[in-house]
Design a protein around this ligand. Structure first.
Ligand code: ASP
Length: 462
């Protein structure tokens, strides 16, 4: 008999069916055994009646066993109907159970909310943690959000293009993760902190509207809301102004979010300058919702604009606040080119804030070599350093690069807002622990002597 998905059982009352899935819960009442079965589509109650051929196997079956079950779909007696539950009005009268694979007892309770379970234990058994209802929901909402963004962008003539993971450093204000090269001993690739330079080069290449669901890898100090890896919806557009990029993103976010059934507090999204945000909220991320709106799961988006381009670092040297590839606002271009009023120059940066989190950020970019060069001069680069660091961009900008700008939307931040989660790891499938250990597997690990030799590396013994 062919498998029926649990969500379709309601349409099969009175019929014999076969389901496959997991034993969510087994309740042994002696003469009768009750089950809740689970598959990807939902839950259903099953019962093994006295005298059933399935009784012996039912007695041996435990929670989380993988089973194939044959039975008849019956309507429950009126008094047993659970109106609030999926399939609360039916149950499966079980004729046969085949155990496809038994399971050891769960190392922790996966029937409830697992967020309170010890982080290391959850990480070790992440595949079980992911079975829990909340984690299933979070991952499915994430998938749906990404799917709808993709569909929206395809409908607007964007091209999806992947860019390399083994590459040269792109500065986003973090340390790089590096990968040693076997072919070029002593040399290293950097994992991308973002696809920033490649997406701009795709504008030079004439694609005009690009996006990718990109992994960004940054060696940051780990915190609850930050890991080494995150995913961003990265996009770039040619021949647009700052207001046009912001409007395009706003339309995408609104279309996607509302089609998923969520309510947005204010449209168009309010705009506030960085200076006003700092004065009003003491931060450039803020939550505009009232307590009632929080309860209702409403999403309050806002744009923050007019960020200073540069700030002084700990050593008193100028550094960029967001992105060295940005254009200043048109009124401040002269200052940038002359290296004057550096602290007063505003970037064309726009950050998207939602419910207290930064969920995206982007800018109009420098598309002429002399503008990017002026930025790097302010950052203190010599001609040689400049060529070494961004010579390839300066060169590309000499070959008809159109004016362009873009943004990256954090997928995790967005999904946290949709699910009400406050930790990044609750919306990633296999997040690292706060100590930087991978889930399930045991990285980082030592290399064998053979690997070290091939890579031309020596590890200093501490
Ligand atoms: N490169 C920036 C980031 O990864 C986003 C952008 O400016 O498009 O945060």
């Amino acid at each position: 008999m062919q498998r029926t998905l649990i969500r379709d059982l309601g349409a099969n009352v009175g019929k014999k069916v076969c389901i496959s899935g997991w034993v969510n819960v087994r309740r042994d009442h002696g003469k009768m055994v009750f089950f809740d079965f689970r598959d990807r589509s939902g839950f259903v109650q099953g019962v093994v009646l006295p005298g059933s051929m399935a009784m012996e196997v039912a007695k041996d079956t435990r929670n989380e066993y993988v089973v194939r079950v044959e039975g008849t779909v019956n309507r429950r007696p009126e008094k047993n109907i659970q109106a609030d539950y999926q399939n609360g009005d039916i149950e499966l009268e079980i004729h046969a159970i085949e155990i496809l694979n038994p399971s050891d007892a769960m190392p922790f309770d996966i029937l409830g909310n697992t967020s309170g379970i010890d982080e290391a234990v959850r990480a070790e058994y992440r595949y079980l943690d992911l079975r829990s209802k909340r984690m299933q929901k979070n991952m499915r909402i994430r998938s749906e959000f990404v799917r709808r963004c993709r569909e929206y962008l395809f409908s607007k003539d964007f091209v999806e293009i992947e860019t390399p993971l083994l590459t040269e450093s792109t500065p986003e204000g973090s340390r790089d993760f590096v990968v040693p090269s076997r072919l070029h001993p002593g040399k290293f690739y950097a994992l991308p902190q973002s696809p920033q330079q490649y997406k701009q080069l795709l504008m030079t290449a004439g694609f005009e509207q690009y996006f990718q669901i990109a992994r960004a890898i940054r060696d940051e100090d780990l915190r609850a809301d930050r890991g080494f890896e995150h995913t961003q919806l990265d996009l770039e557009m040619s021949f647009i102004t700052r207001d046009e990029v912001m409007a395009a993103i706003e339309d995408m976010v609104t279309t996607v979010i509302e089609s998923m059934g969520y309510t947005i507090k204010e449209k168009p999204f309010p705009r506030i300058s960085y200076k006003d945000a700092m004065e009003k909220y003491g931060a450039d991320k803020f939550d505009l919702r009232t307590p009632e709106e929080k309860e209702k799961g409403i999403l309050a988006y806002a744009w923050v604009v007019d960020f200073p381009f540069f700030e002084k670092d700990d050593e008193g040297k100028w550094t960029f606040t967001h992105n060295p590839f940005s254009m200043p606002i048109p009124e401040h271009l002269d200052w940038l080119m002359r290296g004057e009023h550096i602290g007063d120059i505003y970037a064309t940066q726009y950050d998207l804030v939602c419910n207290g989190f930064e969920t995206g950020g982007g800018s109009i970019r420098a598309h002429k070599p002399e503008i990017l060069e002026a930025v790097y001069r302010i950052l203190g680069f010599s001609t040689d350093e400049l060529t070494e660091r961004v010579g390839h961009m300066l060169k590309a900008f000499r070959y008809g690069t159109p004016p362009h700008g873009g943004i990256a939307l954090g997928i995790e931040g967005s999904v946290m807002n949709l699910t009400g989660e406050t930790m990044l790891r609750e919306v990633q499938a296999f997040p690292m622990t706060r100590g930087g250990q991978t889930a399930v597997m045991k990285a980082p690990k030592s290399l064998t002597d053979k690997q070290l030799k091939e890579l031309g590396l020596k590890i200093e013994k501490k």
